[in-house]
Design a protein around this ligand. Structure first.
Ligand code: EPZ
Length: 414
């Protein structure tokens, strides 16, 4: 089993480049199913979730090859259904449902498995697809959606779900007529999918606002595309820099995508400088405690909540972090207790008593972002730590060990 060995207590220093966004590229890959021909996507992170999505595409008869950070996709015919094993290992596989339905009039997909960060229903996806004319059935742990031609509809999401917004956009691009999606998610990844679909020949507008309009077109072609930088990876390294009192320059970051985090870091006393596509983090004299809660974009991202909670351990005083997206995203705090962290959970709030010394310990990552948080904690703590369960971290961070080493961290993977 792979482990990360960390000698903590050393500030990070140096420059790294942030790669493409996991949560965008997985959906661009699904969107390719709607088109015909060759796609070339650049700056694709070489992470396990992308490899899983390559498997999903291949299971549908679509060619997909990842070489370094370049992904080639060849779409001729599309057929079949993604194997249960892949869908259960990665919830994002359900993003092929909208495209399959639009293209084939039928999508059959296993219900995604349980998730370490809480229950994650699919009602908003299914409700929207049925408004576009799909008939949905749930049988033997599978969802079977069928449609005899999708039609445009005026749809209001009960919550701005990222995945449901994307599935609805992708199903609607080839529907007859116009679809309006209200209360849509506004994440930068939604804008990226709009751009990608439009380059394929779709007519989508409004992404990034709560109302998205999709005018159906009969056919979509192929395109070449560069995926946006990963704002969550950028945020993770910015927090790691602040947590170690380091001085780090992050290249290939779109500053307004990380602004919700930068505002919090600034309020905590971390000096930040922003340039075009560059974020610089400088050492703080002293960190102030914070009170924050996660929210859909442009609010503070839940995918940075565990990392920020770890940073709050360094602030002098009590911070309160409220998780408003997931019902069980504080599991990693039990591992932090092994370092001497004082965090108490009160429902969906973590009360963090910061400013106490942390000692190295052996920790077990239980999910992707929680795992990244444990690594940051290991960098902060005095002495030696180890983190196991790295397969969770490998799902979403390309070579986190190498990136940290490039910043001078004393980490090795064994
Ligand atoms: C995306 O998940 C991201 N994943 C998640 O990142 C991220 O945490 C999340 O958006 C929120 O920002 C990908 O993009 C692959 P949602 P998604 O639908 O689309 C509830 C990471 O660490 N909900 O906006 O699944 C749901 O249970 C991952 O990179 C319903 O109730 O998120 C959750 O509580 C983890 N019914 C909330 O909405 C539905 O039909 C947000 O989910 C759909 C969602």
């Amino acid at each position: 089993m792979a482990k990360l060995l960390i000698e903590g207590g050393h500030p990070l220093k140096g420059t790294i480049r942030i790669g493409g966004a996991k949560n965008s590229v997985l959906k661009l890959m699904a969107a390719a199913i709607l088109g015909h021909g060759s796609f070339h996507i650049s700056d694709v992170p070489a992470i396990d979730d992308v490899r899983t999505m390559v498997g999903v595409l291949r299971s549908l008869g679509v060619g997909a090859v990842l070489q370094g950070n370049e992904l080639s996709i060849f779409v001729n015919g599309v057929q079949g259904r993604p194997p249960e094993r892949l869908v259960q290992s990665m919830r994002a596989s359900i993003q092929v449902m909208g495209p399959l339905l639009a293209r084939l009039g039928r999508a059959e997909i296993a219900l995604p498995g349980g998730c370490a960060i809480g229950s994650r229903p699919l009602d908003i996806h299914l409700d929207s697809l049925s408004k576009l004319g799909a008939h949905i059935e749930e049988r033997d742990g599978r969802i079977i959606a069928t449609a005899d031609g999708l039609h445009g509809a005026d749809i209001t999401l009960r919550y701005p779900s990222v995945g449901a917004t994307e599935n609805t956009m992708m199903a609607a691009v080839r529907a007859k007529g116009t679809t309006i999606i209200r209360n849509a998610a506004r994440e930068p990844e939604i804008v990226d999918i709009q751009e990608f679909l439009n380059k394929m020949g779709a007519d989508v507008s409004g992404a990034g606002t709560p109302v998205i309009t999709v005018k159906g077109v009969p056919d979509l072609g192929s395109t070449n595309y560069r995926v946006i930088p990963d704002r969550i990876a950028a945020g993770t390294y910015a927090i790691a820099a602040a947590a170690t009192g380091g001085e780090v320059q992050l290249l290939n970051v779109i500053p307004h995508h990380v602004e919700p985090l930068l505002r919090i870091l600034t309020a905590m006393g971390v000096p930040i400088e922003v340039d075009e596509r560059i974020v610089r983090v400088y050492p703080a004299d002293r960190l102030h405690p914070i009170q924050v809660q996660t929210a859909p974009y442009p609010g503070f991202a839940t995918d940075l909540q565990p990392q920020l909670t770890v940073l709050a351990l360094k602030a002098q005083g009590t911070s309160i972090i409220r998780e408003a997206i997931y019902d069980n995203r504080f599991g990693y705090t039990y591992e932090l207790a092994k370092l001497g962290a004082s965090i108490s959970l009160e429902g969906n709030r973590a009360v963090v008593n910061g400013g106490r010394p942390l000692w190295g310990a052996s920790m077990n990552a239980g999910d992707l972002r929680g795992g990244a948080a444990l690594i940051i904690a290991g960098l902060m703590a005095e002495g030696h730590s180890e983190v196991v369960g790295l397969h969770h971290v490998d799902r979403g961070y390309e070579d986190i060990c190498g990136q940290l080493q490039a910043l001078g961290a004393r980490v090795i993977r064994v």
